[in-house]
Design a protein around this ligand. Sequence first.
Ligand code: 4AD
Ligand code: MG
Length: 498
Amino acid sequence: MVYIANLAEHKDQQVTLKGWIYNFRSSKNLYFLEVRDGSGICQCVVAKDSVSEEAWDAAETLRQESSLEITGTVVEDERSIGGYELQVSDLDVIQIAKDYPITLKEHGVDFLMENRHLWLRSRRQWAAMRVRNEIIYAIHTFFQERGFIQMDAPIFTGNAAEGTTNLFETEYFDEQAYLTQSGQLYGEALAMAHGLIYTFGPTFRAEKSKTRRHLTEFWMIEPEMAFYDLEMNMELAEDFIRFVVKRVLDRRPDELDILQRDTSILKKTVSEDFPRISYGEAVETLKSEEMADMLDQMVEDRRAEEATLREERREIKKERGQAKKWRKAQIDQRIKDIAARIDQIEEDLRNIPDWRASALNFKWGEDFGGSDETLLTMQYDTPILVHRYPADIKAFYMKRDPEDEKLALAVDMLAPEGYGEIIGGSEREADLDTLKKRLAEHDLSEEVFSWYLDLRKYGTVPHSGFGLGLERTVAWLCGLDHVRETIPFPRMMGRLTP
Ligand code: 4AD
Ligand code: MG
């Protein structure tokens, strides 16, 4: 079978494509069909005098998402999406689609979410899913090439891993079970058997907050490494993200283009070192005068940008009256983009005072909120690594900093451009008695964790690991403003279907 993605190999040949109608235009004796086949989109030109009467009549019946087989000659055409078009000699309809609910017009998010099973066919969603796939492939490649073994952790668990506040409970015959929040504890057991491992699976958290970063079901990649300390852990996390970003830039330029992703910032992630700052330094940064100045500057810049955009809009609106058809379409698109950007700017301008207040009032010992993370990463184009958090806000299994017992040897990676935490990790407490103490401090039962404590009884070693949230990574790399578009069928509070 020939796929649109491979049309370059069939230049000037006759091929048959099987696919769906994405869009169409017609003029008197011509049909321009945009056909998608899953691998790409190709413009297919049906000329009345080059096809049978039957085929022409069939073309007239086509609607959006009708399925068909279409035959023609592959012709190079720079203006065409993908660089090739098909000059059609024959077509066979498989099904004439009913009225397709998702037209190429704008739809509200709720409507699109209700129709997620269909929305996935549209071009931006298609591109995002292909970037997601590339990220998954890159993740496996990175770890497999470095001798890590992929191991699956269970989904039903008898204990919490990341605190008890957001557990999903479920019945397990006569017992109570929880859906896993993290594969880490099992990953630690596996690391003691294989040295270097990673888990890659779904994880669940009953997040009651509706934010653009939270799902109730998300996929996490959790490497765990025997004999790694915090430094080595951070080094690995940085190499890992650099590798994944580079692969996506190298292998999915077309998809990033469809998503209108500005890749200049992503390129810096590939070429520059990630800044490392301690939690303490981060708190100081938030409360600093430089931060206040930066926010003032941001307000000024945003206002200036908005004024420029409004001016541009006035100019092109004047031009629109006399413009040719193609230029009109261009202007309309630009007007839409300008409106979207202005909305974004106005939202920022509304938010900045709150961000500022939250930063100024931040107290040592608190966890960073979304806006704090945005401010901390604002001056950088690469992700940053924030390490050594107050132990009180971190999980029981984290090793304390020998230099300062109040701190945990934890690290979070915060993505730039407001995408926030994508990685959380730490060095693990390796000492049996200290770990028992931590369980008690967290009100967790030794009995339930007895298997986990065994890992410290039988040949305990220093070890570390981290967890990457797949959907937040997809959101960042695609430049999407909500995680609901990063997974085929998102699960969030209030969203269980489709
Ligand atoms: O920081 P977290 O909670 O870390 C852990 O679960 C550790 N056990 C990982 C480890 O050391 N092996 O979660 C890790 C990452 C976060 O940085 C974030 O990217 C993602 O998982 N994440 C979520 N993504 C989407 N929706 C949610 N509700 C998420 N909660 C965490
Ligand atoms: Mg975290």
